[in-house]
Design a protein around this ligand. Structure first.
Ligand SMILES: Nc1ncnc2c(CN3C[C@H](CCSCCOCCO)[C@@H](O)C3)c[nH]c12
Length: 229
């Protein structure tokens, strides 16, 4: 039976998922906790990685290589860049970049290192499933570019640099690295985020206020997708 990885970065991003599945087995491995559950006929492995690209790389790799997952769904929150994205709105990543990967000193484009690519593309079949779920739920889900970096962005100038460099619609701290792992291991992946803030000077206050409710919006949507995979 196919195993589906459902990943977040913070406890609040997977808490709604564990609440929906109800019953699960807990396994400690590689300095993290993994939750295994059977949900509507699907085998799930659920975990939050902890914040940032390194921890998310470790968790994505573990879910695939150690637990045998063959699809990865990420659910969480993001900072909105595109003005059309309001708090609580959902964005599905079509592709992701690493906005803080920089060897431009050697003439390479920002986000590029030899052997890599500026963008990693998400799975189109999973995006189609998301679109079907959105229609069923009567919800709007925006597709867009997400930029990933190891910083909580709360600065208009940094936002502008990320737009200029990647034409990003939203930003976060894990999706781009998860995508590199999934592509390298030939695992289809999907990144869904609900907006918690707009990565400006008020971002930390907005994040504190809306992160939990936005995480629930994303988690509940992803769980509707599981039914269709
Ligand atoms: N503006 C923004 N910039 C970058 N990323 C995001 C995201 C997406 N997630 C949320 C979380 C923020 C890390 S700090 C959390 C506070 O810690 C609280 C415990 O001390 C990290 O996993 C990335 C939402 N808004 C963002």
């Amino acid at each position: 039976m196919m195993k589906i990885a459902i990943m977040g970065a913070m406890p609040e991003e997977i808490a709604p998922i564990l609440k929906i599945v109800g019953d699960y087995k807990t396994t400690e491995y590689a300095d993290n906790t993994y939750y295994e559950a059977t949900y509507k006929g699907s085998e799930l492995v659920i975990a939050y990685s902890k914040i940032g690209k390194v921890f998310s790389t470790l968790t994505a790799t573990t879910m695939i290589e150690h637990f045998g997952c063959s699809i990865l769904l990420f659910s969480g929150v993001a900072g909105g860049i595109n003005p059309s994205l309001k708090i609580g709105d959902l964005i599905v990543a079509t592709k992701l970049s690493q906005h803080d990967l920089d060897i431009t000193a050697f003439g390479h484009p920002i986000g590029f290192v030899p052997g890599g690519s500026v963008f990693v593309e998400t799975d189109k079949e999973l995006i189609k499933i998301a679109k079907d779920v959105a229609v069923e739920l009567g919800k709007t889900v925006q597709e867009g570019i997400i930029a990933t970096g190891d910083q909580f962005v709360h600065d208009e100038a940094i936002k502008k640099k990320i737009v200029d460099n990647f034409n990003a619609d939203a930003l976060e701290m894990e999706g781009g690295s998860v995508g590199v792992v999934c592509n390298a291991l030939n695992v289809p992946f999907f990144i869904l985020r609900a907006i918690s803030d707009t990565a400006d000077t008020d971002a930390s206050f907005s994040f504190d206020e809306f992160m939990e409710s936005s995480a629930i919006i994303s988690a509940e949507f992803v769980m509707k997708m599981v039914d269709k995979i």
